[in-house]
Ligand binder design. Sequence first.
Ligand SMILES: [Zn+2]
Ligand SMILES: [Zn+2]
Ligand SMILES: [Zn+2]
Length: 147
Amino acid sequence: MILVDDLHDAIAQILRGQGQRYTTSRRAVVDALNRADRPVTLPDILVQNPDLAQSSAYRNLAELVEAGVVRRIITSDEYSHFEIADHLTGEHHHHLICTVCGSVEDFTVPHELEELIDLASGEVARDQRWSVEHHRLDLVGRCATCA
Ligand SMILES: [Zn+2]
Ligand SMILES: [Zn+2]
Ligand SMILES: [Zn+2]
């Protein structure tokens, strides 16, 4: 787990590189995401942080996604889920997405499996004359509660 001060420093640097400022309200949104132990929706964030204004939280989330600091996870649910981007937390992982209740869980796979995925995506990339930067793998189905 990355230290929260290091996280804020890294994000401030990324935003500065894009000519943007790491405002107090952006910082509050990042704190809210960092405190959550799974990807959360905007309503989740607002319930847990009643001092955040909905309109500015929404705008800040969109701007942080745009800046590559926050990742938006699209589910079948009406609300996107958000989390701090992998490259900042250093915790590459995947998602389990429930098609019934829209919940999203993080999961990791063993290192050997990650290597197999990279190998397979490398082959696809060669066939398609693509250069691949990284992969995303989400499993879609029903969670333990909805199964
Ligand atoms: Zn479910
Ligand atoms: Zn995640
Ligand atoms: Zn992976």
